[in-house]
Design a protein around this ligand. Structure first.
Ligand code: UGA
Length: 433
């Protein structure tokens, strides 16, 4: 099919590229000229495994192209995906300006039998509003379809190609739902067909439920520190219950971040409120996530005392490994809190370097984990990048002034570190506080 994707952010780019890989002809549109120029040259704007090779391959075989002008392409398309951003406004509600602008633009140039697919995460009821908007300008046969995305950053292409499910919401009035379901057939997964509202709700409910698991296990980890239980074993024991499941998100740490969980949880609280339903559990999920970051900072202060004059090495800045995304990363809050106490901060992250200065000026940037530790009074691990478990601890020990580690991701082996003379702190693990 001939497909168009409006918005070449993380969602749109992966969607467009993977559908090209499945054999469709795709044009990805964005109004950011620099981004489009660089994509045309095969240079992706984000860090994502397999992205480089898939991009170059699909450009060279002519299945994907890029453009800044959506109007030029609409007439040639069977399906148009809307994948523009829905940032949070000041009170946590999704701002739909970009989504509605895209819908209006499409409506001015469309023809019969086209399908408009909403990939952006939108509040429940939005697809109906989009349909209404388009109808005001275009009275022919068209269909709006809701098709939320469930990709994780850092494994987005793998997730697209191996989905747990595809959710499609719509009326199928002009066989639009069927058309979109066919696009995903090669993936051989469960395709759940439903109405707009259910599809929109599945997206928010899934992300909010996953975030709830994280706040839940983080709160249990704080309890473990008081009682002497071990959070790793607690999570292991819980996951053996098939109703909870081996893949449950129960890794305790410094809290969830990123562009999705923080935004979507708050948006669902607001959507529920607007519909007269108080979602107290989710309000607590948000609070517990903040408390977890504060708890980690308190632990550092409790153990190091006065921070003025101390140098602290930080390994890991991105909100999770496998990405350079810093949106709502717990590292931002933690580093800012330590800078407020006048600590000197030296950071290392394999994917984030100078860009950190735009978010937090006044940190120093090192080129390697070892370099970050030079003269450090403590080391913090804030993202669980694989390379941090492979360092030579004997070399790190020689570089540091004081051998103290605060592991915000519970990723390191306390026994190995204690053997090397480190004092090791993590979150909720027996005997390590
Ligand atoms: C999340 C969802 O997992 C995707 O299904 C969804 O499509 C996406 O949001 C979205 O709405 O676009 P993502 O934000 O990429 O994906 O990242 P996750 O891997 O889910 O991690 C989110 C945060 O939770 C990270 O900060 C991570 O460190 C934290 N986390 C995750 C934990 O603290 N503990 C865990 O056990 C799991």
């Amino acid at each position: 099919m001939n497909l168009g994707v409006i918005g070449t952010g993380y969602v749109g780019l992966i969607q467009g590229l993977c559908l090209a890989e499945l054999g469709n002809y795709v044009v990805c549109v964005d109004n950011d000229e620099a981004k489009i120029k660089s994509l045309e040259l095969g240079v992706p704007p984000i860090h994502e495994p397999m992205l480089d090779e898939l991009l170059k391959k699909n450009i060279s075989c002519g299945r994907i192209k890029f453009s800044t002008d959506v109007r030029k392409h609409i007439k040639d398309l069977d399906v148009i995906f809307i994948a523009v951003g829905t940032p949070s406004d000041h009170d946590g509600r999704a701002d739909l300006t970009y989504v509605f602008n895209a819908a209006t633009e499409i409506s001015l140039h469309m023809h019969n039998d086209q399908v408009v697919v909403v990939k952006s995460t939108v509040p429940i009821g939005t697809c109906k509003l989009i349909e209404k908007r388009i109808k005001q300008k275009f009275q022919g046969n068209f269909e709006v379809v809701s098709n939320p995305e469930f990709l994780r950053e850092g494994s987005a292409i793998y997730d697209f190609m191996n989905p747990d499910r595809v959710v499609i919401g719509g009326t199928n009035e002009f066989r639009g739902v069927e058309k979109i379901a066919n696009l995903y057939k090669p993936l051989q997964t469960t395709i759940l067909l439903t109405n707009y509202e259910t599809s929109e709700t599945i997206k928010y409910a899934s992300n909010s439920y996953l975030a709830t698991q994280i706040s839940f296990i983080n709160t249990i980890s704080r309890l473990c520190e008081k009682t002497g239980a071990d959070i790793t074993k607690v999570a292991e024991g819980m996951k053996l219950d098939k109703r909870i499941g081996a893949k449950a998100q129960l890794r305790a740490g410094i809290g969830y971040g990123g562009s999705c969980f923080p935004k979507d949880v708050k948006a669902l609280v607001n959507i529920a409120n607007d519909n007269g339903v108080r979602f107290g559990i989710l309000e607590e999920v948000v609070k517990a996530n903040i408390i977890q970051r504060e708890f980690f900072v308190d632990k550092i202060k409790r153990n190091l005392g006065e921070l003025d004059g101390l140098t602290i090495a930080v390994w890991g800045l991105s909100f999770k490994p496998g990405t350079d995304d810093m949106r709502d990363a717990p590292s931002i809050y933690i580093i800012k809190s330590l800078l407020n106490e006048k600590a000197t901060i030296i950071t290392y992250d394999p994917a984030v370097s100078a860009e950190i200065l735009k978010i937090i000026p006044h940190v120093q940037i090192a080129e390697s984990p070892l370099e970050a530790c030079k003269g450090a009074d403590a080391l913090l691990v804030l993202t669980e990048w694989d390379e941090f478990s492979k360092v030579k601890w004997a070399d790190i020990a020689k570089k540091m002034r004081n051998k103290i580690i605060f592991d915000g991701r519970n990723m390191l082996d306390s026994k190995v570190l204690e053997k090397r003379g480190f004092k090791y702190h993590s979150l909720g693990r027996t005997g390590i506080q």
